[in-house]
Design a protein around this ligand. Structure first.
Ligand code: WT7
Length: 655
């Protein structure tokens, strides 16, 4: 690990210029050398790292196998381990009394510290409780949990007994939860009575009850208490987890798992169809999460590391739970939101817990920028060393604000580019190593080989100063191995677009220094407030409403969310547009997906711009929604060009 060089004051940051607050150039040369080595001697490189980070029951006999072309990638073959042992047991000899989880509840200062030893005991009790209720190795367990310590315990308890978990973000609706349960055919769902977030109460058990009405596979609903509020109870099905756990001994033998056994499934949106169950396996995922966590965040003994994402997303899996715990870190679990009880919540959190690394999304930074910088200055942020950004491109303005006002121009900003499917960071600056450029995720991580492809020719673009579709050129340990229950879809979505490459769905530019700049999704996936939403899912929710005959959904630039959601709908005969109907349609999307997918604009229209062959011209709709109607391009091929001026006016009235 590179030591942090003392900060230099008064650094002026300019767009597209290199910022080197803590990065002597010779360090970059060392990175380049090691990166080169990791590619040329891949097996040796990864063998050494796998032995360093993970606790093995028995060693693997081959480092890697398979290719993108065949879609049969496997790592650390025949190795035996258990993820919960890597996260907990391996640390007990030397850090059993160190805090593993530092929980900050919804109310400021409402905290719980859980040491590694306490975590061990609770995970064992929970593992035993699940076994007592019938959960077996290989069973998928759905976790619909808020940000309470039990979500981490549940993930690890599942890992301990060899039951893959599938965490569903507790902001998803009952319908979305139901669909995910039915896709896995799971027998087990875990939740809390209620959740607390930003002073509001979330009726989680009630949402689960609704979902379970149409999820016949479920045998038991395991319920933890968060608020203690009375909830409806289905005798025989619902299980009070605190009672079952109290009867269990705090020891539970860990299942011996293979490197390639499924660790978890996490649903994510794609450009078409229903969400995909992205499957991650044990050893490669854990290793890459741990190694990137340690390297990208420059983890040191005594650090208090805080990622304020939710465990319902991959960021929470890799960088709240698995990465930090494999590294024996103290990981903060944050239940609340950045603006509760006021806009200083993050700064207060950093000051009180003396946070050393802070990891959030550009959308949160942009939302907080609106409150100015005076208040931040009154909080002590001197503990901070590394500031992380994730989920969407960070605009240079937000980058500079984060750098100057949160980090006092003396912290490294790590703009981490990755995806649910990649399991961990594929590109990011390394503190003390990579000179930063505001808005660039800079260079690939060790062992990662990125490529840009010209979408019109399918050919890889050589050299620098090029722009294309971002692909990965060789397998890495934490890449998704399959789409749960649909390997053909896995091949279609990721492996077939460009033969021999993994297709990310992102566009990117490689500048003259070889730095990567993500330009955004090239497919029909929206990124709103760092949440990934398929336009097809929103459209399907809209046409599910009796008033709608056709829908087309596009993104548009949004000052805080990054991308806003704009829905064009044609209504059925005899239905007339009204503010009440627009509200109802927004509600239909919330019901189908969740509140985070609420459309910003619903625009009824007599027709949609289509080609003569009936294909909706999304390109035109995107331009109209973005207010770029002066650069619509050729609309002469439209079946009915008259709809274009109508839509331009209609949108102008909405924004
Ligand atoms: C998509 C993946 C990765 C965890 C959170 C989101 C976008 C992510 C960055 C970044 C530019 C980024 C990409 C990617 N994205 N990080 N640092 N710079 N874009 O995971 O929901 O799987 O979404 O988020 O478009 O493909 P996800």
């Amino acid at each position: 690990m590179q030591a942090m060089v003392s900060p230099r004051p008064g650094i002026h940051v300019q767009e597209h210029t290199i910022v080197k607050p803590i990065a002597p150039v010779h360090q970059l040369a060392q990175y380049k050398e090691l990166h080169q080595y990791s590619l040329e001697n891949s097996d040796e490189f990864w063998r050494r790292e796998a032995h360093k980070y993970l606790k093995w029951f028995s060693d693997f006999d081959r480092v890697s196998q398979g290719s993108f072309i065949e879609g049969d990638v496997a790592w650390f073959l025949n190795g035996k381990l258990n993820a919960s042992v890597c996260c907990i047991d391996q640390h007990l000899p030397h850090r059993q009394d160190q805090v593993a989880i530092l929980w900050e509840g919804d109310e400021p200062g409402h905290c719980r510290s859980i040491t590694y030893k306490e975590l061990y005991r609770d995970v064992c009790r929970l593992a035993n409780a699940m076994k007592a209720m019938g959960v077996r190795r290989g069973d998928v367990v759905m976790l619909y949990l808020p940000m309470v310590p039990e979500v981490v315990m549940a993930m690890l308890a599942c890992a301990r007994i060899g039951a893959p978990h599938s965490v569903v973000f507790a902001g998803f609706s009952a319908e979305a939860l139901r669909d995910r349960i039915n896709d896995t055919n799971s027998k087990w769902v875990m939740t809390t009575d209620e959740g607390k977030r930003g002073g509001k109460t979330l009726p989680l058990k009630q949402i689960v009850d609704k979902a379970l009405k149409e999820a016949p596979s479920v045998q038991h609903c395991f319920v933890f208490e968060r608020t203690g509020a009375p909830v409806d109870w289905v005798p025989g099905r619902d299980v009070k987890m605190s009672e079952v756990m109290a009867q269990q001994r705090p020891y539970s033998p860990a299942e011996t798992m293979d490197s390639e056994d499924l660790l978890f499934i996490l649903y994510t949106s794609g450009s078409t169809g229903k969400p995909k169950g992205v499957a991650h396996t044990t050893a490669g995922y854990l290793l890459f999460a741990a190694m990137t966590h340690k390297t990208v965040f420059d983890l040191q003994e005594g650090d208090v590391y805080a990622c304020v994402a939710d465990c319902g997303w991959i960021t929470g899996h890799s960088y709240i739970v698995y990465g930090p715990l494999v590294n024996g870190a103290t990981t903060l679990l944050f239940e609340s939101i950045p603006t509760y009880p006021n806009h200083c919540r993050y700064w207060d959190l950093i000051q009180r817990h003396r946070v050393t690394q802070f990891y959030t999304a550009p959308t949160a930074i942009r939302a907080l920028m609106r409150y100015g910088t005076e208040d931040i200055a009154s909080f002590d942020r001197s503990s901070l060393r590394v500031l992380g950004s994730v989920g969407e491109p960070i605009n240079p303005e937000a980058w500079k604000w984060y750098f100057e006002h949160v980090g006092n121009a003396r912290c490294t900003i790590v703009d981490t580019w990755w995806q649910t499917e990649t399991g961990g960071h594929l590109a990011s600056p390394l503190p003390g190593v990579t000179p930063m450029k505001p808005g660039s995720c800079t260079l690939p991580f060790y062992g990662v080989e990125l490529a840009l492809i010209d979408p019109s020719t399918g050919q890889e673009l050589a050299g620098n100063d090029v722009e294309g579709v971002l692909c990965v050129k060789r397998p890495w340990p934490s890449m998704t191995r399959t789409v749960f229950g649909d390997h053909a879809r896995y091949l279609t979505v990721y492996m077939q677009p460009y033969k021999g490459y993994y297709f990310t769905g992102d566009g990117a530019r490689r500048d003259a220094d070889g730095y990567y700049w993500i330009t955004g999704r090239v497919d029909d996936v929206l990124n709103t407030s760092g949440h990934r939403i398929g336009t097809a899912e929103v459209e399907s929710a809209l046409v599910g409403h009796a008033a709608v005959s056709e829908a087309a959904v596009v993104g548009f630039p949004h000052a805080v969310k990054g991308e806003g959601i704009c829905c064009f709908v044609t209504l059925r005969e005899g239905v007339f547009e009204s503010p009440a109907l627009e509200k109802e349609l927004k509600q239909a999307v919330r019901d189908a997906i969740g509140a985070f997918a609420t459309p910003d604009i619903v625009c009824p229209t007599p027709s949609l711009p289509k080609t003569r062959s009936g294909k909706i011209m999304r390109r035109v709709l995107r331009k109209i929604a973005s207010g770029e109607s002066d650069s619509l391009g050729d609309v002469s091929t439209l079946a009915d060009p008259s709809v274009v001026p109508y839509l331009i006016t209609a949108i102008a009235l909405k924004v």
